[in-house]
Design a protein around this ligand. Structure first.
Ligand code: NAP
Length: 329
């Protein structure tokens, strides 16, 4: 079926400025880490991406290794770009990354110029794109000088293979150094992508302040703790859930550990007339330094539920205190 996007797609989505840049991102962005590989049903993956675009989600986040198998999420996304989304390329912010293991030998992971440049060339081929909007160093490299990794990002932007540079999983001190290097090179750091959710608040210990003062945007990944911060596991472990799948990093053993908190948080969300996923999303958005929430989804219905979170973003002081009590228990 030929795809024609919803003409009203920009009417309800909220857009937030990414740090001190010229770019605005949708308050909710879509990540293609899980559910978009060759192991997944293409029809479902396509329906999620197209529904996202119909709801005003302009930002799609990938990485070289997303799948499984690695590279297959970019291939599937490339197929959607070619068959469905090509006419709307200029309305989209597409990101990819390199940092984790992608191919054997000394040039297939981490942060050398050799790896980053080769990996992006491969990603562009898989997606059938001339350029990505954001290219990330996916993780810090303890052995490569930070100057080399940052100058690779600068080179890539100057070559026109990416419009903006980003970093992911960098701690506060390295983020500050990376930002200073990039600014001197003339390619300011646009955005940082750290893990941040109600169950993992490491960014509050310094990184958020660095991002605020450096004018760098923040896009939290795994905002729903891979599905823990949803109603998915309230009645056991569904067969089609991430925890039940053989690949990935959410294991069945985590569910009973978090369940008591999940149940209490779900009660607070119900009191607000929201799903737990919705409450977890707007809880992150209450900080203005957070640009966009990078959710994953295994169905278009989940994504619709997540976008509807924006209908109720206000918290009372009592609700916030109650949430803190649960998280600190
Ligand atoms: N930079 C990095 O190192 C890094 C690392 C990880 C992720 N990321 C990025 O962050 C993106 C999001 O990460 P994530 O997939 O872990 O995000 P997440 O939003 O924390 O978890 C997504 C999962 O939550 C469940 N879910 C989502 N919405 C739901 C709803 N409304 N109701 C019930 N369940 C719902 C689904 O689980 P089921 O599949 O069980 O249905 C979905 O697959 C990735 O796609 C990737 O782009 C980046």
């Amino acid at each position: 079926m030929t795809y024609n996007p919803d003409p009203l797609r920009y009417n309800s989505m909220m857009y937030r400025r990414c740090g001190k840049s010229g770019i605005q991102l949708p308050a909710i962005s879509l990540g293609l880490w899980h559910n978009f590989g060759h192991v997944d049903e293409y029809r479902n993956s396509r329906s999620i991406v197209l529904r996202a675009f119909d709801m005003g989600i302009t930002h799609f986040d990938l990485a070289n290794n997303y799948g499984p198998p690695p590279g297959s999420a970019e291939e599937n996304f490339g197929r959607m770009m070619k068959n469905d989304l090509k006419p709307w390329r200029d309305e989209m912010i597409i990101s990819t990354k390199a940092g984790y293991l992608m191919w054997p030998g000394p040039y297939g992971e981490f942060g050398s110029k050799k790896y980053l440049v080769s990996s992006l060339d491969q990603s562009l081929k898989r997606m059938g794109l001339d350029y990505v909007d954001i290219f990330y160093s996916h993780r810090p490299d303890p052995d490569t000088p930070l100057e080399e990794t940052m100058s690779a990002l600068d080179l890539i932007v100057r070559q026109g293979k990416a419009l903006y540079a980003g970093i992911s999983n960098y701690p506060a001190d390295l983020t500050l150094k990376a930002s200073e290097i990039l600014r001197k090179l003339g390619t300011p750091c646009l955005i940082h992508q750290p893990k941040y959710n109600m169950f993992n608040r490491w960014v509050e210990g310094g990184l958020l302040d660095v991002l605020g003062s450096e004018g760098i945007g923040l896009i939290p990944f795994s905002p729903l703790a891979q599905g823990l911060l949803t109603d998915r596991y309230l009645q056991g472990i569904p067969a089609d859930s991430r925890a039940a799948k053989p690949h990935g990093f959410l294991h069945e053993e985590s569910i009973p550990v978090f369940l008591p908190k999940i149940i209490r948080l779900n009660g607070i969300a119900q009191g607000r007339g929201q799903s737990l996923a919705q409450m977890a999303i707007v809880w992150l958005l209450k900080d203005q330094r957070v640009t966009s929430i990078l959710v994953g989804a295994s169905s278009a219905a989940q994504l619709e539920n997540n976008v509807a979170a924006l209908d109720n973003m206000a918290f009372s002081a009592d609700e916030l205190a109650e949430i803190e009590k649960v998280l600190n228990s």
